[in-house]
Unconditional design. Structure first.
Length: 343
């Protein structure tokens, strides 16, 4: 007989959701928790979810890298609630879906307090799975392309197990997300929880912190301030950049569909960091200098998603090309930095 610990056991059916879900006369809105909803991707996701009048959105965030400012248009709205909460503590609320994003995402922030980063990924994800189990909610984890580490196959498919340093300075994030994925599947197999895992590749767009430290926000802020664009050596390392509206569309499709994932969500357009700097220079400030600076350990040398699965299973593919997305982000950064277009 299959036991709870048996990896091959058939998944149990999920716990039943609230009876209100099938109620005829009660107002049965979809109650959606977004952890990390005050951050960059989270706040765009909230905007999209709030467009549907059947959705009630609850954000839980500790404001480590996020800000209430990102959600100011929703504060006071009857279908919206904002809770100052750290996911490393349990949260007792009633919801139907959980988008679990809470986690610092920029390397300079996740390396700042690595122990807290790993606690957020492990204890935070356990707490959110416990909540999902108690109330029968479906839960989506925003995992990352960093689970592939410094990948030895290219482009990366979901079946690739990765090449991750378990004791390096990035491990609190990479290994933290890998454990978070493991926890998701263990709760699915052992308790029948409905799970969804998105492996997000580098995403950019308006509302990124100006001093977030990630490459696209750094280059745009530097170009607007007439500071040199700092390409970290050797500059031939590659990334593939997805515009945030495409990302949000992919996350919602994954949540609403029938596949657990993991599914890569990202834009396969691949650029070296030198090419990215040249694009920013040409589009935003042709006079700006590009300089080479020292890199940090374990920087992945190449990254590009294979999005076949997302296309086939979610009917999703990215629409916004890098050269169309950069000017949209430039406009937002100009407004926030107070740098008009024709200065
Ligand atoms: N943006 C990307 O390129 C990218 C790529 C891969 C994965 N992701 C994942 O997507 C999610 C969102 O990333 P983002 O780019 O919007 O980053 P972000 O830093 O803007 O947002 C993260 C949010 O989580 C909150 N948070 C952090 N620790 C918390 C805690 N312990 N309790 C409660 N809230 C906490 C922060 O305050 C912030 O609002 C993260 O899980 C990240 O790992 C992002
Ligand atoms: O100013 C800079 C910043 C960064 N870089 C380079 O740009 C590349 C991308 O660096 P970023 O800091 O933007 O992000 P990374 O791709 O290293 O990590 C990201 O991956 C996906 C997500 O999970 C996270 O958002 C983050 O970990 C790296 O090769 C880095 O060396 C520069 O050349 N100049």
């Amino acid at each position: 007989m299959a036991t709870n610990g048996d990896q091959q056991a058939t998944p149990k059916p999920p716990p039943s959701p609230s009876p209100l879900r099938n109620a005829k006369f009660f107002q049965a809105n979809m109650r959606i928790l977004v952890t990390g909803g005050a951050g960059f991707i989270g706040s765009h996701l909230v905007d999209k979810l709030m467009e549907n009048e059947k959705n009630e959105v609850i954000v839980a965030d500790n404001y480590f890298t996020g800000s209430k400012d990102n959600l100011k248009k929703w504060i006071g709205h009857p279908r919206f609630e904002l809770i100052r909460h750290d996911v490393t503590e349990p949260l007792l609320i009633e919801v139907d879906q959980i988008y679990h994003l809470a986690c610092p995402a920029s390397p300079i922030f996740y390396k700042y307090n690595p122990v807290k980063t790993i606690k957020t990924n492990v204890i935070g994800t356990l707490n959110m799975l416990g909540l999902a189990k108690r109330v029968g909610a479906r839960i989506l984890l925003t995992s990352t392309s960093e689970v592939y580490g410094d990948p030895l196959i290219h482009p990366q498919t979901e079946s690739y197990w990765g090449n991750v340093n378990p004791i390096g300075v990035r491990s609190c994030y990479d290994e933290g997300k890998r454990v978070a994925e493991t926890l998701m599947f263990d709760y699915h197999r052992q308790h029948g929880i409905e799970i969804r895992i998105a492996r997000i590749f580098n995403t950019y767009g308006p509302r990124m912190n100006i001093d977030d430290g990630r490459v696209v926000s750094n280059f745009i802020a530097q170009a607007l301030r007439d500071d040199p664009l700092t390409v970290q050596a050797p500059g031939t390392q590659t990334r593939s950049f997805c515009y945030v509206s495409d990302m949000v569309d992919g996350l919602i499709r994954l949540m609403q569909g029938d596949n657990t994932g993991p599914i890569n969500i990202g834009n396969p357009g691949e650029f070296t960091m030198i090419e990215l700097a040249e694009n920013v220079k040409e589009l935003i400030n042709p006079k700006v200098e590009i300089i080479m600076v020292e890199n940090t350990p374990d920087d992945p040398r190449q990254r590009k998603p294979d999005v076949t699965k997302a296309k086939e299973l979610l009917g999703w593919e990215p629409k916004v090309k890098l050269r169309d997305g950069l000017p949209l982000m430039e406009d937002d950064f100009r407004t926030r930095l107070g740098v008009p277009k024709n200065k």
